[in-house]
Design a protein around this ligand. Structure first.
Ligand code: HEC
Length: 214
């Protein structure tokens, strides 16, 4: 069965540059029964751990040196840059998505498979699954190219509430509203799912990466 979905523009462009699809129009996404190998999932988890470490390192450093308002500017410019650098280094698309996004590029399109995975994550958390372990992996055929799609839930620890909580300080809120007039990413509590990491990579590229790493 062929399901046509509209991917977010950022993903579309990234897919384009990573050779996942050559069409600029909405790509065709077909589900495949083929499981994603354990070694690939391990490689994705490792890539995300290093991405998170870099990002949280910058965030903590910026908060310590200039407070949360300063850290917003750092996050504003660094988060997309760090994701882009990791994407290029690994020859994949790596980003963060959310049902209640701050950066418009991190929005999931209504009716897309990413949206349904985020909704499943919420149900799995509600059913008692450990948010740190919630993930999803599938093989998809995107415009004829076999592609691994991986998502991993991002829980909300205490550190995040300064900028994503229910009680954001007025000066922090002012800076957020200035940079993100359409911000939906506030009102979170500890333990909520803030969103998910998204990785998409051509199967052929992934298998080569895993093979050369061994
Ligand atoms: C200093 C303020 C600040 C703190 C603290 C903070 N964030 Fe953010 N967060 C931001 C900003 C600014 C963005 C938008 C970045 C961009 O433009 O890509 C963002 C974006 C995100 C996104 C991408 C989805 C979206 O909404 O656009 C996720 C996921 C996220 N943050 C999770 C977290 C988590 C988890 C923590 C705690 C470990 C955290 N944030 C702490 C400011 C912050």
């Amino acid at each position: 069965m062929q399901v046509r979905v509209l991917l977010p523009l950022g993903l579309l462009l990234a897919s384009f540059s990573y050779g996942l699809n050559a069409a600029v129009a909405a790509p065709s996404v077909e589900a495949s029964d083929e499981a994603v190998p354990e070694a690939v999932i391990k490689y994705y988890k490792k890539t995300l751990m290093s991405f998170t470490k870099t990002l949280q390192g910058e965030l903590k450093g910026a908060i310590e040196s200039g407070g949360p308002t300063n850290a917003i500017s750092v996050c504003h410019s660094s988060a997309p840059k760090i994701a882009e650098e990791a994407s290029q280094a690994e020859n994949m698309h790596l980003s963060r998505v959310s049902l209640k996004n701050r950066n418009p590029n991190n929005e999931v399109v209504a009716g897309s498979w990413q949206e349904s995975v985020l909704q499943q994550f919420e149900q799995r958390k509600a059913a008692g699954e450990d948010p740190m372990q919630i993930d999803y992996a599938a093989t998809q055929v995107i415009n004829g190219v076999e592609t691994y799609a991986y998502m991993k839930a991002i829980p909300t620890p205490d550190l995040c509430l300064t900028c994503h909580g229910a009680d954001v300080k007025p000066e922090v809120q002012a800076k957020l509203s200035e940079l993100y007039p359409e911000d939906k990413a506030v009102g979170y509590a500890v333990g909520d799912l803030r969103g998910a990491f998204l990785i998409m990579q051509a199967k052929e590229v992934a298998l080569k990466k895993v093979e050369t790493a061994q």
